[in-house]
Structure formats: structure tokens, C-alpha cells
Design a protein. Sequence first.
Length: 336
Amino acid sequence: MTSTQQPDNLGHPDHPAPTPKPTTGDFTKTPGWMDWFDGPAKPRFQVPAGAVDAHCHVFGPGAEFPYAPERKYTPCDASKDQLFALRDQLGFARNVIVQATCHGADNAAMVDALTHSGGMARGVATVKRSVSDAELQAMHKAGVRGVRFNFVKRLVDFTPKDELLDIANRIKPLGWHVVIYFEAVDLPELWDFFTALPTTVVVDHMGRPDVSKPVDGPEFELFVKFMTEHPNVWSKVSCPERLSLTGPKAIGGAPQLELGAYKDVVPFAKRIVETFPDRVLWGTDWPHPNLKDHMPDDGLLVDFIPQIATTAQLQHQLLVDNPMRLYWPEECPTQE
């Protein structure tokens, strides 16, 4: 398969094959790369006013913001304007833009998106120990509020834990937090490092549990224990398309998710939402890097939310109260 060809990979059988997206600049897409879908369905679930898509990315455009030499994949472009158009289409008010690994520690594309968001986006950066205080201050002014530590070996090279801890201690005075991305099987060996972090800690995608295992089994119980014993730990309940083994389903040819779509992920996310309602976040993960099975329709992903947050109160906490408190605390009423 060439870099301009693409499989029919959408998470809905009635969607046409997507138009291939370009990679600009002197770059060639990773062979077989799944491009994001540019015609999302209008969600049936209406998100509450002020809702935040708390996990998304921008890719390039490569001609303006080159991809990192050390990257492990080369994506199609996914610009800030395309992200903001999706935000409006889905009914969200704000974004939290997480630095994509294809850009390494060059946060220019993410920061550019923040500065053009009119204050409606915040960011999570990737930084090295060599980052200067002036650079941290400039990112803070632009809207960065956290750093991401990635422990998924197929995506990044290993960074020594002492370097990461040094970074965490440097960002703490700024009021930033640490986002950690890891896989469930690695939690035991990472436990001591994670619990030593001096900031709020946000876990990407529930620590990627193996949803073929019981929701009350020892692996996921360890993650629940992690959150229970450490009140500074939050979790994103995002990316069912990455975790599911059953996948998406559609009914009657209608552009909507069947109630049972990604049904194997629901018990895990629902448990975290109901157990820790004031420490959960949700995001689209647009433009969905490194998917191998299918490319989800972001509108249909929004319709997954009421399956895991089943009341208006839980939905408001998940989509408005929690992300606002973490990323826009200056706009939140003072907590008594």
C-alpha cells in the first residue's frame, strides 16, 4: 500500500471510503496510515454547555511545523483549523491539546494552536530536562498547563525517571500537572515512580486496561487502588476504539452507535466515572494516531459518553466541571 492509499477503515459500514489526507513538507506518510475522518456525524447526545474535549492533538501541517527526526510514525496533517471545526461540529466549547509524539519535544504546532484559540484551548507539552525557565514561562503564557510522560515503548524512546522527576518538580510551581501514558501490565513496575510525582497526575485512557479481563479482576483492581489511595490521580475515560475487542456497531444503516458499541469498554469506564466523579476527563483523541483496526467517527464517539456517564450530573462533571477546574481554574468559583 502506498502512502496515498488507504483502507476503508471507518467505524461504520455506511460511510464511504475516506479521501486520503496529505502530509505536506518533505514527508511521506507511514505506509497504511489511517487518516482521520472529515465528515463526522452530528451526535445524538448533546453535550452540556461549556463542554471540553480534554484530549486531542494537532499534526503539523508538516510544511509549517516539521515532524521530529526521532518520530516513530509520520501522520497525515491535522491542523488547528480542522480541530476547531470539529470542536464546533460536535458541540464542544473548548479543547485540551496534547503534544503528539510525532513532534517530539518541539511544541511549536501545539502552542500555535493555543495562541490562535482565543483562550478556548489549553495544552499539555512534552519537554526535556534542558528546557529553560523562560521557555516554560512562555508556554504557560500560551496556555500550557501540563507535561506528558509517555511510557508506551512502541511510541517513544525511554526517558530516565530521574529526568522526568526533575521536570515534574520544575513545573510544580507553575501549577501544572503530569499526564502519564502507559499500559496496564506496566503499572506494577511504574507504581513507585508515579506515586512519587509531586503534582496532580492524569492517566491517559485508564492506563489502557485489557478489557478481555474482568472489570473486578486483579489488573483493573490495581488501577482502582492506584486512584483510591492517591487523590492526586485523575483518569481520562477516553479512547474506547483503542481498547475495545468487540469494536463499533451500527443499526439499521443509521448514523448512530448501537447501544452496545464498544460494549466491552463500558464497564471499565463507567466504574471509574462513578467511583471518581470529580477526577475524570473525556476527549475524542482526534486525529486518532496509530490506529490499526478502524478509524472512528468522532460524532459517534460522543454518543458513547452517556453509556459511561449515565446521569446529567455525571456528564457535567466529566465534560465541564472537572476539565475547567484543572485547565481553567481562574474561571471557576472558589471552592469552599
